[in-house]
Design a protein around this ligand. Structure first.
Ligand SMILES: *[C@@H]1O[C@H](CO)[C@@H](O)[C@H](O)[C@H]1NC(C)=O
Length: 384
């Protein structure tokens, strides 16, 4: 039998060894998380002090939105939302709508606590605005949702947006405090109209009456990244209607998003314009995943397409048989198939400027790269 002293020493040793093992496992886990981060996340999530450097986020965009330097600097006004209520005509100080209507110039909006906001009318988002919900669970749900109309330089980051409902026409206070008369809206989570330089990153969106993202009426230079789209029929529409030729200039990057489960179609659907769809995870689809009409160009690159078990295996849909669909380096599972409509030699380069350029990752890595798509958990004292 061991003496009491020996037993004590053995216990201490076991404890010390266990702690050492746990610590190194923690380090391995942290290392693995960093290795799996995509280029956007690696830019700021590796910084444990991100709360004090919130503006760093704006420098992390890739794709057509470009780096969002216009949104940052010493002249940014920080606004903390403290009140979840909403009044479309006379918003109370502390509310999200008050932030949008009372301040002109650069504004960086954060949230004091977890909150659920039901908007009585769509929220008109002003130019040079960043909505940064990191660190709080903020739901915009069960009412009007976001409307980015004739605005530029907008970042939407870290929101749950869901159960968006159609709204009756009526007056709403807009940017600069101006009262605007809005027509009826269809119930989209984020509607982008005649706007440019928009970055929609790390949001979780589902179950809205019309679509989750609508980009229309001459909007361009947009990056839609790291979002989680689920439980939705019409997910993402790029291009207004078949008669709206101005959308020829539309350029959109769709990267590192997680589509599914239970998304039916339009991931995205594009008219005119150019979409670079890259490193996304498709967890099945109903009717199709990527489609278009009116001579659009879609470069699908290094995505992971997992076809639904029993259903339709074809990824694409081309209403007018006029689309330019190219698949390069995509990974197909469960028998997924992609109908290419351009010559193998057509490169369909996005022609990114230096501040839009990024390295496309191997499609086999897409599961890892999209693991934290949607709203991130950002604990008080650790990395996001
Ligand atoms: C907000 O709503 C979600 C469900 O949509 C719920 O899980 C959450 O607890 C709510 N949060 C608050 C702060 O009320």
């Amino acid at each position: 039998m061991l003496s009491r002293a020996m037993q004590g020493i053995t216990l201490c040793l076991i404890r010390a060894i266990s702690i050492a093992i746990l610590l190194s496992l923690g380090r391995v886990e942290a290392r693995r998380t960093v290795d799996n981060m995509n280029v956007i996340d690696k830019c700021w999530r590796t910084n444990p002090d991100w709360r004090r450097n919130r503006q760093q986020l704006a420098t992390c965009t890739v794709g057509f939105a470009g780096q969002m330097f216009n949104n940052i600097g010493d002249d940014v006004i920080n606004y903390k939302v403290t009140d979840p209520s909403d009044d479309p005509l006379s918003p109370r100080p502390g509310t999200l709508r008050h932030a949008m209507t009372s301040i002109t110039g650069k504004i960086w909006i954060t949230f004091k606590r977890h909150m659920n906001i039901t908007l009585a009318k769509p929220l008109l988002v002003s130019s040079l605005t960043t909505i940064d919900a990191r660190g709080a669970n903020v739901h915009i749900a069960n009412g009007g949702c976001l409307l980015i109309k004739k605005a530029n330089n907008v970042i939407i980051h870290g929101l749950y947006i869901h159960d968006c409902k159609p709204q009756e026409p009526g007056p709403v206070k807009g940017p600069g405090g101006e009262i605007m008369h809005l027509g009826p809206t269809d119930g989209d989570a984020i509607r982008v109209v005649s706007s440019s330089r928009i970055w929609i990153d790390h949001n979780t969106m589902y179950d809205s009456v019309d679509g989750l993202i609508d980009v229309t009426r001459g909007s361009t230079d947009i990056t839609i990244s790291n979002n989680w789209f689920r439980y939705q029929d019409k997910v993402m529409l790029l291009g207004h209607d078949d008669g709206f030729r101005r959308d020829q200039n539309m350029r959109v990057t769709v990267a590192f998003n997680h589509f599914g489960p239970n998304c039916v179609q339009r991931m995205p659907r594009i008219r005119f314009g150019y979409a670079h769809v890259v490193n996304n995870l498709y967890l099945g689809w109903g009717i199709y995943a990527i489609g278009g009409s009116m001579n659009p160009s879609i470069k699908s690159q290094a995505n992971l397409f997992i076809a639904p078990k029993g259903g339709n295996k074809e990824i694409t849909w081309d209403s007018g048989l006029t689309g330019n669909f190219k698949s390069i380096e995509d990974v197909f599972e469960n028998g997924a198939s992609f109908t290419t409509t351009v010559d193998a030699g057509a490169t369909m380069r996005p022609n990114y400027a230096p501040d839009q350029m990024f390295e496309v990752e191997d499609g086999m890595r897409v599961r890892d790269l999209t693991k934290s798509a949607g709203v991130l958990k950002c604990p008080k004292i650790a990395r996001c």
